[in-house]
Design a protein around this ligand. Structure first.
Ligand SMILES: Nc1ncnc2c1ncn2[C@@H]1O[C@H](COP(=O)(O)OP(=O)(O)OP(=O)(O)O)[C@@H](O)[C@H]1O
Ligand SMILES: [Mg+2]
Length: 263
């Protein structure tokens, strides 16, 4: 197996399409015969729910237990207990307890490397590891960035904020300088795009004006579509639910764009 690429999906703004992108990108990559590990690193547990885990709060083992075991130098649970599987995709789920792990991280020496330690031991089994983060720039997101080769930033034109994106980019630069020199920005992905609206046109113009020089903006954009909500409702990726839809095609193109960038 060639080198594993670890991608964090981050934007501290809520509802920009992080979880939807993590899940559908994983499915698109698995259709390209890639072995993918999804890491739900958000106490909301939305990615775990997308994956079909109905009640993440009732899980016996989740990311919380793993982070705690790592922080207290205790043996990890058996991977069979915390890795859930669906075809070519594995997931480590999370639930609300992960917010306690975030508090514990504050007092932990070298705590920002906790997730890195876990993923290093698992890398040889996967082509891609995709980490879904919570809408914050706190210690969980820093942990995810510390463990990653690259970060993909979904931007929703309806919620676009130059200040927010600039803050995120500053944090990534800090992480690169201080913790993880190997990290780079995969790019900005425009999500939930209704290209007919003036709002979309203006937001996209501004994203290009502010960032085009320094950050890649993916050619592919994810259209706004009610199909995404429907697919979620049935705990399916849009690629399984409606493979011919524009959103499914867009996520497949994104997977190809990412794979090409690595060759
Ligand atoms: N392309 C799309 N078209 C229509 N709705 C979408 C699309 N992508 C995501 N959504 C919907 O928008 C909402 C927010 O998406 P999602 O949960 O992926 O965002 P998020 O950034 O992970 O949110 P949070 O910051 O809370 O973790 C969800 O209800 C999702 O189903
Ligand atoms: Mg989310």
């Amino acid at each position: 197996m060639t080198q594993t690429t670890v991608i964090t999906i981050a934007n501290q703004k809520g509802g920009t399409g992080k979880t939807t992108t993590a899940y559908n990108l994983a499915c698109a990559l698995s259709h390209e015969d890639k072995k993918v590990l999804l890491v739900d690193f958000d106490p909301q547990g939305n990615l775990s729910m997308c994956f079909g885990i109905e009640n993440p709060d009732q899980l016996k083992f989740s990311m919380f237990n793993i982070m705690n075991a790592l922080m207290s130098d205790e043996p990890l649970p058996d991977p069979k207990e915390y890795i859930h599987n669906h075809g070519n995709i594995d997931i480590i789920p999370s639930n609300i307890e992960l917010s306690v792990a975030e508090i514990n991280l504050r007092d932990e020496m070298g705590g920002e490397k906790t997730l890195t330690t876990l993923l290093e031991s698992m890398k040889q089994r996967y082509d891609y590891i995709i980490i879904d983060t919570n809408p914050s720039l706190g210690l969980l997101t820093i942990n995810a960035l510390a463990a990653s080769n690259s970060v993909l930033i979904p931007v929703n034109p309806q919620l676009w904020s130059a200040t927010g994106l600039t803050q995120l980019l500053k944090i990534i630069i800090k992480v690169k300088k201080r913790i993880n020199p190997g990290i780079s920005i995969a790019g900005i992905l425009m999500t939930m795009c209704d290209t007919r609206t003036n709002l979309y046109k203006e937001a996209f113009r501004l994203v290009k004006a502010y960032y085009q020089e320094t950050v890649r903006i993916f050619d592919v954009q994810i259209p706004l579509s009610v199909k995404v909500g429907e697919a979620n409702f049935y705990s399916q990726s849009i690629i399984e639910f409606n493979p011919k839809s524009k959103v499914a095609t867009a996520y497949c193109s994104l997977a190809k764009e990412l794979m090409q960038g690595e060759q």
